[in-house]
Design a binder for this molecule. Structure first.
Ligand code: SIN
Length: 329
């Protein structure tokens, strides 16, 4: 019985790999999508694979899309450069990783600016949110849409109940100045690091903690090397699904239009189901014996009081109008 189950799961894996890594051998336009997340239940994995499935069936013979997950083609540090060099055509990096190209996207990192994902989705659909898609036009980057991932939670090698518990600890952060300031405000030390290095750094004690979504904490197994995760809900993790102007311009108008229509539909579908995926990965963590600390409203307010003052510091570079539009969406 076990052998049959294993054979079936190997077959399922082979079929899904076939969809994901379609072989582009018919002279069609070949596009690569590279990203850093993994597993099967992660919102970015599901959206990327859905995009490949639709492009490869509906544009068969015209365009072929290959997806490279888990930093197998490019990791955090190289992928944006690779897009400009034409070595990859599509990416979906976290909005926290664009600090060297634009400061405006820092609005998505401000702690406690979004009450929940619905609030964040409303902002991305507002005129200001739509404008930010093209905030790196001069660089040659085109934002095709926002892919939501989830709210973020802190985890550490000890229980974090109030911000005092984080005092003196080292936290891995993405390369966002807002995230660095937020961790410093907690009396902790921010350690910027590529996503693929986080598990090892937690395991070996290079850092004590990190902040991420249920989907990343589950699919990358961070919960296995942490004491517990605290339901702070303090920040958003979302992605800029993007390409380069050069690649878009290289496509014939009818091919470009068909691709953009599929890309838009996949984006809408991905954002419809993202809350369910997060909830599923939260329960996956509990089922796998991960520990989650919930907070009373008074305890959570202490985190707000410590972190929210960083907004003021970033207002000049993000823009008070953008912050107001996000907070009031
Ligand atoms: C991702 O979800 O793409 C990675 C986020 C991170 O670097 O923490």
């Amino acid at each position: 019985m076990k052998t049959v189950a294993l054979t079936l799961s190997a077959l399922a894996l082979a079929l899904s790999s076939f969809t994901t890594y379609a072989s582009c051998e018919k002279g069609e336009i070949k596009a690569k999508l590279s990203h850093v997340t993994g597993g099967t239940t992660h919102p970015k994995v599901v959206a990327s694979n859905r995009l490949a499935e639709r492009v490869n069936s509906e544009m068969n013979g015209k365009m072929c899309l290959e997806v490279y997950p888990s930093s197998t083609l490019f990791g955090d540090s190289k992928e944006l450069e690779a897009l400009l060099l034409g070595d990859v055509q599509l990416l979906a990096p976290s909005l926290s990783k664009f600090g060297s190209y634009t400061r405006k996207l820092g609005v998505f990192d401000l702690p406690f600016i979004f009450q929940d994902m619905d609030h964040a989705i409303r902002f991305t659909q507002s005129p200001t949110g739509r404008e930010l898609l093209n905030s790196m036009k001069e660089v040659g980057f085109v934002g095709l849409g926002y892919w939501m991932s989830g709210m973020k939670y802190f985890s550490a090698n000890k229980p974090l109940i109030t911000p005092n518990d984080a005092n003196g600890l080292k936290f891995r952060v993405q390369t966002s100045d807002v995230a660095k300031a937020m961790i410093s405000a907690m009396g902790a030390s921010p350690q910027p690091m590529a996503f693929k290095e986080v598990y090892g750094a937690l395991q070996t004690g290079v850092v004590d903690g990190q902040e991420n979504t249920w989907s990343n904490i589950y699919t990358k197994k961070f919960f296995e090397v942490q004491d517990s995760i605290t339901e702070t809900n303090h920040q958003l993790l979302a992605y800029l699904f993007m390409t380069s102007q050069e690649w878009l311009d290289s496509l014939k108008p009818e091919i470009r239009q068909q691709f953009l229509e599929i890309a838009d539909e996949v984006t809408q579908e991905a954002n419809l189901n993202v809350k369910e995926k997060e909830a599923k990965n939260r329960s996956n963590i509990l089922q796998a014996d991960g520990k989650i600390n919930t907070l009373t409203p008074e305890q959570r307010q202490q985190w707000v009081d410590v972190m929210k003052p960083v907004w003021k510091k970033f207002e000049p570079e993000i823009g008070a109008d953008i912050i107001e539009a996000a907070a009031g969406s």
